[in-house]
Design a protein around this ligand. Structure first.
Ligand code: IPM
Ligand code: MN
Length: 379
């Protein structure tokens, strides 16, 4: 079997605390019996601490240093410091978040997947009993859109200031993300069929659905391009039902009847916003995993990071829930599992252990390492 090389980036805030549980879990999963082989190398950058020491958030050649790894496992980034120090607050985003976006871009991780399927025992924020049936996958375009950071400020700081922020959408990036969404819809339908929990969508009772999100009533150019390309690509997937939502209505429906969605595909910014909402439906940031991958090119490292941030308010107190990080690690194992059967088995074992712990303890208040002990003990 292959030895997988993983670059571990603990980052800021609660990042190192939850990452410590993830590396412990990987150690436990890599026992002789399982045959799984993963070699972790930990880097202290990018992080605020590294910046304070070196004046940069990461070494100049950090992207080269990461290039040869099979995968990147990241805790969280951003360290606003004390609220009483607004200068540090402003600095923190520029400091450690830039590498996050650069890693996504440099390694062409054009697809961000954030599954939303509450595990039994996870906190349930919606009162409706159907909330336990929520099972959707939000696929976020991760390479362009509102995140290209083109534009600028004219006459900054004056009353005449004008800021522009270009949102850029290409045929190439739109085609690959929408096509990927349809493929994932098929995969999900097959999984549901195998597990005897089929669903039906639309008047033709199709086994899966893709919903595309735009704001075409106000942002016509990219909205029309997305909608037209979506309709065209859908012809290649006649077995998958289609649906369109405007982003504001999508937010409303994520709260009023989220159980009606299957796969949702959205632009970079819309996907960012919708996945914070979806994380709450999933039981909160504490249980919501995420990945940044290139589904058509496995030659460069993907990055696995929970949806949550560095949670500076609880950092360093052994209070952060490690479940999101562990479920994110399971997504990494899934990704490895495409080539390596023992990794697929390990992903299922880890997910089962997290899920059993949630079921037993629900949202009981426990320390990070105590949760880690219980889950890793079960492995
Ligand atoms: C996320 C985060 C990042 C994003 C921030 C930290 C730049 O919110 O991963 O969702 O907007 O992509
Ligand atoms: Mn976000």
């Amino acid at each position: 079997a292959k030895t997988w090389r993983v670059a571990v980036l603990p980052g800021d805030g609660i990042g190192p605390e939850v990452v410590a549980q993830a590396t412990r879990a990987l150690d436990a999963l890599c026992d002789k019996q399982s045959g799984l082989a993963i070699e972790c190398t930990t880097f202290d950058w990018p992080s605020h601490a590294w910046h304070e020491q070196h004046g940069e958030s990461a070494p100049a050649d950090y992207l080269d240093q990461l290039a040869d790894f099979d995968a990147i496992l990241l805790g969280a980034l951003g360290d606003p410091g004390p609220a009483s120090n607004p200068e540090r607050y402003l600095l923190s985003d520029a400091v450690s978040l830039a590498p996050l976006l650069q890693i996504r871009k440099h390694f062409d991780q054009w697809c961000c997947e954030r599954p939303c399927r509450p595990l039994p025992g996870a906190p349930q924020y919606l009162a409706d009993a159907r909330a336990k049936d929520i099972d959707m996958l939000v696929i976020r375009e991760n390479s362009e859109g509102e995140y290209v950071n083109q534009g600028g400020r004219l006459a900054p700081g004056t009353v005449n200031e004008v800021a522009t922020q270009v949102a850029l959408f290409t045929h190439r990036a739109t085609d690959r993300i929408i096509r990927h969404a349809f493929k994932q819809a098929r995969v999900r339908a097959d999984e549901r069929k195998a597990e005897g929990r089929e669903r039906q969508f639309g008047p033709d009772k199709k086994a899966s659905q893709v919903c595309v999100v735009t704001k075409r009533n106000a942002q016509q150019f990219w909205g029309d391009m997305y909608t037209e390309m979506f309709a065209e690509i859908a012809k290649d997937f006649p077995d998958v039902a289609t649906h369109h939502e405007l982003v504001d209505a999508a937010c409303m429906k994520f709260v009023s009847h989220p159980w009606a969605f299957d796969v949702v595909v959205a632009s970079n910014l819309h996907g960012d916003i919708l996945t914070d909402l979806a994380a709450v439906l999933n039981g909160g940031m504490g249980v919501s995993p995420s990945c940044n991958v290139n589904p058509t090119d496995r030659s460069r490292p993907p990055m696995f990071e929970p949806t949550h941030g560095s949670a500076p308010d609880i950092a360093g107190q052994n209070l952060a829930g490690p479940a999101a990080m562990l479920l994110t690690t399971a997504m990494m194992l899934d990704w490895m599992g495409v080539e390596d059967d023992v990794a697929a088995t390990a992903a299922a074992r880890l997910r089962d252990a997290v899920s059993a712990d949630l079921l037993e303890h629900g949202s009981e208040r426990r320390n990070t390492d105590a949760i880690g002990d219980a889950i890793i003990g079960a492995l």
